[in-house]
Design a protein around this ligand. Structure first.
Ligand code: DP6
Length: 329
């Protein structure tokens, strides 16, 4: 069968997905909204081959086995089932999401895998179908199928829980400064972190309600190019997500003293009239939503609080692309 290569970009959630209503199908408790990022992406080539006796998986040229490999095999089984084929596959994936960028790569990884595997297996590559499939690999991957601002509708079953674009061409100034606090793998992965928060934080049902109530205002902020409204809601939603973790049992915490120093600096910048807002995922790194014109002021302020600060700048990015052949760069 023919090889296909897909390229998908990672995304940052402005309204978070943090908990599963159905953990088998990965149906979330909240509708989430994200921004796809140009600078960080995964390219994956897939070829189903009748002569193979097992799936062969390579990430950045290293063969992957164990739990990470099993996640990919489970995902390929889903594709095989949909395509009604039994052939094993060779999967080659190159991750351009440097650990140092402080962003997770599972979103772009499973989006690219969904695209390349679907094309190679001859099943639908319609974007909604790809989003539904990518979701089964990692929830946030459902959003990486589309470019720009994206909404993952929580839905209530496999069919209805898919992402859709809100605004694909971003012709207004917004960027993300990713501040690296640690490039070490997270101690508690998002899958078990969200499970614990959902099960044990007494505030969790209220967090879900507050998040879902912010969907419409967030869409409005995007339509109106209102960075201030968008940023305020994103920061509040992220802090409240981390508050769920601190209210879990046992309580846990992804944020370090350094994370808080950055968050406080960003809040201080706001008091001085700069539109800068923090968001954090399942790790200590802080991502600052801002206007590119304020980069210098923001970096200067961050440097005065944390002199050896490391950062990368990300801008809005496109949706998935799929090509016939091996086009790994
Ligand atoms: C904090 O999509 O990595 O980044 O579905 O269990 O693979 P699984 O989780 P994952 O969780 C992402 C959590 C988050 C928020 C978000 O991206 O919405």
């Amino acid at each position: 069968m023919t090889t296909y290569t897909a390229k998908a970009h990672t995304n940052i959630a402005l309204l978070k997905y943090w908990g599963k209503a159905d953990s088998q199908l990965i149906i979330p408790t909240t509708t989430s909204i994200s921004l796809t990022l140009d600078e960080f992406y995964t390219e994956t080539a897939v070829n189903f081959d009748a002569s193979l006796t097992s799936d062969d998986i390579y990430i950045n040229d290293d063969q992957i086995t164990g739990a990470a490999g099993q996640k990919v095999v489970t995902f390929l089984n889903l594709v095989r089932q949909q395509a009604n084929i039994t052939d094993f596959a060779v999967v080659r994936s190159n991750n351009h999401v440097p650990t140092a960028a402080g962003l997770a790569s599972s979103a772009s990884a499973f989006a690219a895998l969904a695209g390349a595997a679907s094309a190679a297996a001859g099943i639908s590559t319609d974007l909604t179908d790809l989003s539904r499939l990518a979701r089964r690999g990692s929830g946030s991957a459902s959003r990486s199928i589309f470019g720009g601002f994206v909404q993952w509708q929580r839905g209530n079953d496999d069919q209805s829980s898919v992402a859709e674009p809100i605004q694909q061409i971003i012709d207004w100034p917004i960027q993300l400064i990713t501040v690296v606090i640690s490039d070490q793998p997270k101690k508690i992965n998002s899958r078990s972190g969200m499970q614990n928060a959902m099960q044990f934080s007494p505030d969790y049902p209220a967090w879900v309600k507050r998040t879902n109530a912010m969907v419409q205002p967030m869409q409005q902020a995007i339509q109106n190019h209102d960075l201030e409204m968008l940023g305020h809601m994103a920061e509040r939603n992220a802090l409240e997500m981390h508050a769920q973790n601190m209210m879990a049992n046992p309580a846990f915490n992804y944020l370090t003293d350094r994370s808080w120093t950055i968050i406080n600096t960003v809040q201080k910048l706001r008091r001085e009239g700069i539109l800068a807002f923090s968001t954090m995922d399942a790790g200590p790194n802080v991502k600052i939503i801002s206007d590119p014109k304020d980069t210098e002021t923001i970096i200067h302020a961050l440097r005065s609080s944390v002199p050896d600060i490391q950062y990368q700048i990300a801008t809005p990015g496109p949706g998935i692309t799929i090509q016939q052949g091996n086009h790994l760069s």
